[in-house]
Write a protein that binds this ligand. Structure first.
Ligand code: CA
Length: 228
């Protein structure tokens, strides 16, 4: 049975989400505080976490950070409209998606399903990744398109590999920069990613102005198309 952990301090919200999720045959665990939620996550190893931002005990961003340090458990943030910056930070911390309050429980259930599907289909490790007509060979560090080898810089390779491993997932510029520079990130340099993306598109896309592979996610960054 797929287990969902809800960490949310509004009992009414927890109740509604819980009943919708249980109706869809999910097993539901709940915590009303950040610190107890994190403890429950450690004990129960749920398949997905629905995580509120403003929580007593420990705030949602810290909970997300601590989970990410240890595991890839999918996280969907539950945020209020005023917390747009927090949504971005949440995604930078590795949250998989977010829903804005007030939300329809149906939307939350649909997002839970979509994120779980993505998590299942995303391989943790692979040697050759085939997406559409592109083949990325991790060992050999090569990319071929329609069987023709394409030349890439190491940075471009890392950015492409990072995104293509999780089709449909949005990556912030900071996340891509971190991946490309192996953790050494200079503040204010996020926009250099745009240059790399531009180069990637010119090599990869048939029509770089209407990219089919590397999509722009407005206000966040980029994602590799999931329809490939
Ligand atoms: Ca709250």
């Amino acid at each position: 049975m797929t287990t969902i952990l809800i960490i949310e301090d509004e009992p009414e919200l927890v109740k509604v989400l819980r009943s919708y999720l249980e109706r869809e045959n999910f097993k539901v665990l709940k915590a009303y505080r950040g610190d107890t939620g994190l403890k429950l996550w450690e004990q129960e190893n749920p398949d997905l976490v629905l995580l509120d931002l403003n929580l007593p005990g420990m705030n949602g961003l810290d909970v997300a950070r601590k989970i990410r340090r240890q595991a890839d458990t999918p996280i969907i943030m539950l945020t209020a409209r005023v917390e747009e910056t927090d949504q971005l930070i949440g995604l930078e911390l590795g949250a998989d998606d977010y829903v804005t309050k007030p939300f329809s429980p149906r939307v939350v259930v649909a997002k839970v399903r979509a994120v779980l599907r993505r998590a299942e289909s995303a391989p943790q490790e692979f040697e050759v990744l085939k997406v559409g007509d592109i083949e990325i060979n991790i060992e050999a560090h090569t990319v071929t398109q329609e069987d023709v080898k394409v030349d890439w810089t190491p940075t471009e390779f890392t950015i492409l590999h990072t995104m293509a491993a999780y089709p449909g997932r949005a990556f912030s510029r900071l996340q891509l920069l971190e991946a490309a520079q192996e953790g050494i990130v200079y503040e204010g340099y996020e926009r250099t990613i745009d240059t790399h993306i531009k180069n990637l598109r010119s090599k990869l896309e048939k029509d770089p102005k209407n990219p089919a592979y590397i999509e722009t996610v407005f206000g966040i960054g980029y994602r590799f198309s999931s329809s490939k």
